[in-house]
Design a protein around this ligand. Structure first.
Ligand SMILES: *Cc1c(COP(=O)(O)O)cnc(C)c1O
Length: 421
């Protein structure tokens, strides 16, 4: 029997029945505050719910669906890879993993890659690598990693500790030792923390930052700050780790977020956009700090042929279709449109900020209006958005978004604001 005869393709246009969310809630843990919406199908930057209603998707699975939904390149890569080989373990050489690592290294400042399944897991790898480097090369007994207030690095125990937001840590103590927090974009705070932590046994071994804080409110890194941080790291032998999980993979109009800052990290992590929605994470580093040896770190699913084959196709499509240029142009269009809207509602909106296709509409903190209220109003109008904290509405469409879709989103957000204002 040939594989084709086994595959029954779904009838994509057939109506589906409404979904019973009460049954879902009876069986799935209540870790998420979900919107009352069940999406059944997607194409490009559009998705459809169980009742057949169409939405413009400016969430993209939270900055993840790089090529949108049902992209021909992804369909081809997924279909071909699953028929060939999908998982074998890292007991053996995996061609697709090697090819993806080569692409990432040729398109970044890094020399080596490690693959895993998520952003948190990539950051765990970065933390472990920095600690091993601190112990074995720098000979620091108690290494400390500096991270920023309002940062977000994931939901595992080490990464909620790295995350400088108490709301993610509450009730999960004891947290991991070896982290210290500083305000973001504040160079004096970094200098003071390094001096404060300089004791015979304890030293700052690494500084871990997002080039632009995503979950923390779409807050871009300051160029002068990051360049000074890089200088301090060079002077003191401290590792600079950048969390590129949300802003990497072309999201900002450059391949990596750090290119907006004119610096290079020693270690960086990627996940969200890397597989276009297929779970994959990566931790990359320069060769001087690649201290991992066989047995030091591992992941059963990490770097399997399926995830890597699809991610490589996403990377190649980003390049072949010149999507970075699209991100820059559509990002400009979106930001100037949002700024024009902000001028019409100065009592509601105080700022529009972002890079490329990660942008935030910052709400006036003196009024009661929340980002969730705007997100709900936009959803009722057929536009999907995601909050970045209580006062920032985030716009992270697929990187293939076109001019008409940006216009459609701007019209919908303006109607939502008019309804609320
Ligand atoms: C989403 C995110 C993470 C966590 O990624 P997961 O895949 O959810 O583990 C880490 N860092 C940043 C900057 C993120 O945006």
């Amino acid at each position: 029997m040939s594989p084709e005869t086994l595959v029954q393709l779904p009838n994509l246009t057939a109506p589906t029945s409404p979904y019973d969310s009460a049954e879902f809630d009876a069986h799935v843990m209540a870790t998420y505050a979900r919107f009352p919406l069940t999406l059944e199908r997607g194409l490009g930057c559009r998705v459809w719910d169980a009742e057949g209603r169409e939405y413009l998707d400016f969430v993209a699975g939270i900055a993840t669906c790089t090529l949108g939904h049902a992209h021909p390149a992804m369909i081809e890569a997924v279909t071909q890879q699953i028929q060939k080989l999908h998982h074998v373990s890292n007991l053996y050489y995996i061609r697709e993993q090697g090819d993806l690592a080569k692409w990432l290294i040729e398109h970044s400042c890094a020399d080596r890659a490690f693959f895993c399944n998520s952003g948190a897991e990539a950051n765990e790898g970065a933390i472990k690598l920095a600690r091993k480097y601190a112990h074995t090369v720098l000979k620091i007994e108690s290494p400390v990693i500096l991270t920023a207030h309002a940062s977000f690095h994931g939901r595992t125990l080490a990464t909620i500790t790295a995350t400088g937001q108490p709301k993610y840590q509450k009730n999960f103590d004891p947290l991991m030792p070896g982290f210290h927090y500083v305000p973001y974009n504040d160079i004096t705070a970094i200098e003071e923390a390094i001096a404060l932590l300089d004791t015979p046994s304890r030293h700052v071994a690494a500084i871990m930052l997002e080039p632009l804080q995503g979950e923390g409110g779409v807050r871009p890194g300051d160029v002068a700050y990051f360049q000074r941080v890089r200088q301090i790291c060079d002077e003191k032998g401290i590792l600079l780790i950048l969390d590129e999980v949300q802003v990497g993979m072309g999201r900002t109009g450059h391949q990596w977020g750090y290119e907006n800052l004119g610096i290079e990290p020693d270690i960086f992590t990627s996940a969200k956009g890397l597989g276009g929605g297929i779970p994959i994470g990566a931790m990359l580093c320069k060769s001087f700090c690649d201290v991992f040896q066989p047995g030091d770190h591992a992941s059963t699913f990490g770097g399997n042929p399926f995830a890597c084959g699809v991610a490589l196709k996403v990377c190649q499509t980003l390049e072949q279709d010149n999507l970075l240029e699209n991100v820059r142009q559509r990002g400009e269009q979106l930001r100037s449109g949002l700024k024009a809207i902000a001028q019409k509602y100065p009592n509601l909106i105080t700022e529009v900020r972002g890079w490329g296709l990660i942008n935030g509409l910052v709400l006036n903190s003196d009024i009661e209006l929340t980002s969730s209220q705007i997100v709900k109003a936009a959803m009722d109008d057929g536009l999907l958005l995601v909050p970045a904290g209580p006062k920032v509405v985030r716009f992270v469409p697929p990187l293939i978004v076109n001019e008409a879709e940006i216009d459609g989103a701007l019209q919908a957000i303006e109607r939502a604001l008019a309804a609320l204002g």
